[in-house]
Ligand binder design. Sequence first.
Ligand code: ADP
Ligand code: MG
Length: 484
Amino acid sequence: MVLQKHVSGCSVPDPPDLSNQIMSPALWFPFRGLTKLSHPGKKPAQGLLLKSIGPRKIKRKRNQKKGNKRTLGLSSHKFLTLDDVKTSDKRIFLRVDINVPLDPSTHQILDDTRIKAVSDTLARLEDARVVLGSHQSRPGKDDFTNLQPHAEALAGCCNQQVMFVEDVIGPHARERITKVERGQVLVLDNLRFCAEENVDDKPEKLLKTHFVKQLSPLFDLNVNDAFATAHRSQPSIVGLTEALPSAAGRLMEKELKAVSGLLVEPRRPCVYVLGGAKVEDKVPVIEHILTRDKADKILLGGVPAKLFLKAMGQKLSAEDEKEMVGLQADIKKAKSLALKYRDKIEVPVDLAYGDARGKRTDRGIDAPLKESALDIGAKTIEKYSKAVEGAATTVANGPLGVFERDGFDLGTRQVLEAMAKSNGYTVIGGGHLVGLASILGIDERFKHVSTAGGAMLSLLSGQSLPGVDALVRAADRMRNQKPN
Ligand code: ADP
Ligand code: MG
């Protein structure tokens, strides 16, 4: 099926100029696990690397001065990028993450940020035969659907002819893959319709999956542009990268540069705003950035604020006390962090509750109502907004309140608006927070809007990303093979 373009005006803003701020990721990525694997059906990379940066010359392109961070080519990374490989007429598997919010009943796309974000990579691959794969949600969820609406939206974001096939690795898909022509993009169906794609495993196990065995022989090159899924060790992220010559896509490069750069030399003062529902992914970030002295203030909202208030000995509302049951290990960790970094971790001075009629009522933290706190209070909003306005770098992940409920979006909205107004370097991430910024129409006012939630937090907590580690191993393999 060939899809007509029906989305117009798809433009992606230029990446921010980060030249004074961050270093090339290659210099500091916490790459681990570079174990040697045997590659049964591995494709040789001959003829794929651009001659100008063939093996051994990969480190630095000619006429790039040492220390010039602005012009330092991304070929200096430990993984290859689309600047390093030939793509003309090549059959390329392009893994993206266009898992988007969908209307539960109509399955209409509610926010196409992740789809637009792939357009730079697609523009670079206009001379290739592209087969694009992504997942949408996970089994058991209402939005675990096919990728036809995504393919239709993609058609408006690139110059290629976009087609969709209702299959992933079966004979029908494989036949269509072999027929893709230069200048075409074939979108496979939801990769998670294959059971193997739902399980994280070791690279050597992923190489042996049916998924990798069926797909890898059909491609010349694999391009991973799915930064938001790079924290998963799954067949399409790690398995195909192990089996094929592989490079990072444009979005992957841009995200890694922006997010990982925060752990190098962020401009000070550097303020983090952390909220949302999950505490288990925020506590390791707080620990990592404070231990390495990469932040001056951490402003807490959402459930992480309740956790730290509890850890600091504050009595919470009866409902919030119930929410803390089962979080003993996190509370213990939060207690030791709060003691060690007393002057850096800020908790709310007031919280907002819903009264009997659901109307917003602000109370000091010493006088909680019995219901669950749904937002930070007005005094806290003022305090946090000032801190953000005066910061040279601000990073936000997770909403500060239950913004879905009327009146309880105030804290998140006002702090986001203060960030958008600031002249500093601003980064936001996390599906819910970015979705709200997009609804408010202020998403283009941030210097970097990450398409990731979990991957961004993994990186900020010092973990390596399996998808990126696999790209590094692929580059090592390709360097060791002579180009034509
Ligand atoms: P993100 O997707 O931005 O990373 P999370 O997925 O961690 O954020 O959390 C988003 C959810 O957090 C929202 O559905 C929101 O309602 C919830 N949340 C925010 N503040 C609170 C709070 N005070 N109590 C309970 N839930 C909260
Ligand atoms: Mg979320």
